[in-house]
Design a protein around this ligand. Sequence first.
Ligand SMILES: *[C@@H]1O[C@H](CO)[C@@H](O)[C@H](O)[C@H]1NC(C)=O
Ligand SMILES: *[C@@H]1O[C@H](CO)[C@@H](O)[C@H](O)[C@H]1NC(C)=O
Ligand SMILES: *[C@@H]1O[C@H](CO)[C@@H](O)[C@H](O)[C@H]1NC(C)=O
Ligand SMILES: *[C@@H]1O[C@H](CO)[C@@H](O)[C@H](O)[C@H]1NC(C)=O
Ligand SMILES: *[C@@H]1O[C@H](CO)[C@@H](O)[C@H](O)[C@H]1NC(C)=O
Ligand SMILES: *[C@@H]1O[C@H](CO)[C@@H](O)[C@H](O)[C@H]1NC(C)=O
Ligand SMILES: *[C@@H]1O[C@H](CO)[C@@H](O)[C@H](O)[C@H]1NC(C)=O
Ligand SMILES: *[C@@H]1O[C@H](CO)[C@@H](O)[C@H](O)[C@H]1NC(C)=O
Ligand SMILES: *[C@@H]1O[C@H](CO)[C@@H](O)[C@H](O)[C@H]1NC(C)=O
Ligand SMILES: *[C@@H]1O[C@H](CO)[C@@H](O)[C@H](O)[C@H]1NC(C)=O
Ligand SMILES: *[C@@H]1O[C@H](CO)[C@@H](O)[C@H](O)[C@H]1NC(C)=O
Ligand SMILES: *[C@@H]1O[C@H](CO)[C@@H](O)[C@H](O)[C@H]1NC(C)=O
Length: 686
Amino acid sequence: MDRLLRLLAALSLIHLSVATSQKPFSIIINNGNQLVVNNSAVLTGSSNSSISPIVASSSGAIANHGGQVTYRRVSPNVVKVQVDTNSSYTGARFTVPNDGLFYGVWEYPFFDQITNTNVEFDLKGLGDSEGVNWSNARAPFFITNAGYGVYADTLEMGSFDFTTSGQAQFIFNTSSLVYYIILPNRLETINQSCKKDFHDGVSNAQENYYDVINHLYYNEIRATSMFADRPYGTGNMSFGNFDLDPTFYPTPGQFIANLSDHGFDFQVWVANRAFLNTELYNDSVANDWLFPGYSAETFLGPALNLSIPAAYSYFLDRLSAFTDLGVKGYKIDRGEEEEMPVYEQNIQMSLFEQLCYENMVSKWGESNFYNFARSAVDRSRSRTAVWNGDSHSNFTGLAYSVASGIRAGLIGFSQWAVDCGGYIRGVNDPEEELWARWMHFSTFSPTYEIMIGTNHTPWYPPYTSRLVSVLKQTANLHASLLPYIKSYTYHATQTGVPIIRALFLEYPHDPKVYTTTDSYAFGEEFLVAPIVTEGGTRDVYFPSGSSYLEYINKTDVYQGGTTHPVSLEWEYVPVYVREGAIIPTGDIYQGNQRWTKWEPYLEIQAFPSYNVPASQFEYYNAVQNGTATITMVTDKREKSVIITYEDLGTPGTIIVYGKDGQRNATLTAGRGSVLFRGFVSLFGES
Ligand SMILES: *[C@@H]1O[C@H](CO)[C@@H](O)[C@H](O)[C@H]1NC(C)=O
Ligand SMILES: *[C@@H]1O[C@H](CO)[C@@H](O)[C@H](O)[C@H]1NC(C)=O
Ligand SMILES: *[C@@H]1O[C@H](CO)[C@@H](O)[C@H](O)[C@H]1NC(C)=O
Ligand SMILES: *[C@@H]1O[C@H](CO)[C@@H](O)[C@H](O)[C@H]1NC(C)=O
Ligand SMILES: *[C@@H]1O[C@H](CO)[C@@H](O)[C@H](O)[C@H]1NC(C)=O
Ligand SMILES: *[C@@H]1O[C@H](CO)[C@@H](O)[C@H](O)[C@H]1NC(C)=O
Ligand SMILES: *[C@@H]1O[C@H](CO)[C@@H](O)[C@H](O)[C@H]1NC(C)=O
Ligand SMILES: *[C@@H]1O[C@H](CO)[C@@H](O)[C@H](O)[C@H]1NC(C)=O
Ligand SMILES: *[C@@H]1O[C@H](CO)[C@@H](O)[C@H](O)[C@H]1NC(C)=O
Ligand SMILES: *[C@@H]1O[C@H](CO)[C@@H](O)[C@H](O)[C@H]1NC(C)=O
Ligand SMILES: *[C@@H]1O[C@H](CO)[C@@H](O)[C@H](O)[C@H]1NC(C)=O
Ligand SMILES: *[C@@H]1O[C@H](CO)[C@@H](O)[C@H](O)[C@H]1NC(C)=O
């Protein structure tokens, strides 16, 4: 149970000392004799290239610059530092013993790594990049494998520098900064020596959607929503008149209602960009809402300054044209393409995502829509999901996307998705094998999002029926995992711990997993090792401390601490469950499932092991908006397994997987308990 969150629980042994006098002001936190945190300097300067460490008196008065620094323990494991200076920039420096590893800040995986080794960059979006363009979730937060984390509470522009080994430094464009040092609670788990870290017959967009709906229906492929990227509206660049273009959408209201009848929500593209001659542009010019210096005559779509209340309420009001039509979510694009001063990016994206959220909540209420953004900062986590930007449609793009998913989790963006198959496509991309492999990765992502269109639709050439069957298998598996995914999504809102987890969060005792970029834990129970290279082979490392069952065939067991080569056809993905796992699956959201009678049901899959005396799963019961605990207790001597459950709100079955096959029991209404006698585990006893 050594989750990220657990790093955030109490520890009483910490001793905090502050060095001041003539030396740079520093905050040293020790646990007994062991150094835990070395906040070796607080930085300030009048420009961002003239920063220097402050020297402070014991009262915290800054001697060499003017201003004040204060620090206090605000909870047993959190130290709050407040820096108020007379200079324009403030920041801090932290050191860890050599070859320490730093994680976080950016979703983008610089150099295909989950750590920040050798990275120096601003807290802003980045564009043209290897593997994936515009992979832009970010947060002023990092953690180290020394066990502590640092969070700077600001939306101002910041620069982070990890290029010096064992050192992290940040500086923000602000004269007042609050940052928090978050201490580890279980220092014994931190091993100081383990730091090595459109188609035939279709004439407009509406008809194209119907064509997709019909193909999904006849192939019995599960889906829940459709979205329109640009172009979909009238006017220059197809955005800014707050409408759907009648050429593409002759009857938009009827169209969206029809989609809804078929079980689909509908979302549209939006951005804070005013394209020349659109209503958004003309009204913004008349009111002086655009950032100065970005004339639409020369620049493609400047941004509105949403810090101006009238600009904010205008945009909010105009978006109701979409909600009135029945639109249930936005794909929120851009915000980091130089349409505003760079130091405004974080502030403006937060405001835009806030207004998109407010618009949706006012029409549909909380939880009844889906917004997802490319450029999302820290405080917007509860306002929008993210997608990882414009991934390249090749195996490099897939590998970088897996790494960026892990990194998004490390900065607390749990609700994450990737354009399945990649966004930046040539005529023949994605190749069929790549797309199949990518579908498996999307299955074990919080959201399975796929971009289809001319020449890129699985049921039309150049693709074959083999790909359609992989799409069906993976989309339907993802749908059946919804009880599991939804539970973890709920937990993420309560604890901040993401669904896609860097392996070191689940297996902190295993020094081999601290730099793993190509496999991850999906929740606590799954180990996922997507195939990110052509040809279908890879090695899978099984973290120590558990045994694992291959999840698709459910026959092969692997011991922790070992590495095994796998070689798999497109129909398979290396995915495993831990011994003792309880996995709630089933069918709890109808979506487009109209081909047979639909009723919700749960299928609680359990994988008992006598090596795991007790395990549990906190199921999120959406019917009652609460959690229900499922517990499994094994008794090695009695050869028995008992599963008890609180009210799960939906009828169903418990399936227990053992050496002699499956055994089933019906879930009773309300709470219940089942005893399986003479049980032979799939996992060897140790
Ligand atoms: C903290 O880090 C600074 C800079 O690396 C170093 O000079 C200092 O000795 C360290 N303090 C401790 C207590 O290790
Ligand atoms: C810093 O600013 C404060 C408030 O403006 C002022 O009282 C103080 O004298 C300044 N200190 C220095 C050293 O400039
Ligand atoms: C993104 O990727 C494509 C293909 O690699 C490239 O041509 C393009 O210039 C990139 N940059 C941006 C900013 O879109
Ligand atoms: C520091 O200055 C550079 C160059 O002007 C700029 O790109 C960067 O965003 C600045 N960093 C901060 C924190 O303002
Ligand atoms: C810092 O922010 C201010 C606005 O608060 C802006 O005028 C200035 O240009 C920014 N500095 C940099 C280097 O971006
Ligand atoms: C710490 O790591 C070293 C080397 O990687 C290993 O030999 C040792 O067993 C680990 N200790 C613990 C307590 O995990
Ligand atoms: C509603 O959607 C279905 C898609 O299956 C389509 O065939 C039908 O023509 C649509 N009806 C209207 C009125 O658009
Ligand atoms: C669309 O916007 C671009 C750039 O802002 C501008 O150059 C172009 O003239 C505009 N086109 C129309 C039809 O308004
Ligand atoms: C993937 O495409 C990018 C450009 O979009 C290219 O730079 C990279 O080399 C390609 N990778 C592979 C494995 O072909
Ligand atoms: C599952 O079994 C099939 C048929 O034996 C085999 O082809 C496939 O590779 C197996 N999949 C995994 C993940 O082991
Ligand atoms: C679910 O419960 C939480 C409090 O636990 C509450 O904040 C939230 O609004 C509830 N959601 C719904 C849809 O009732
Ligand atoms: C157990 O239930 C599953 C799914 O509900 C079904 O496929 C399987 O045949 C059942 N097995 C037994 C032994 O009843």
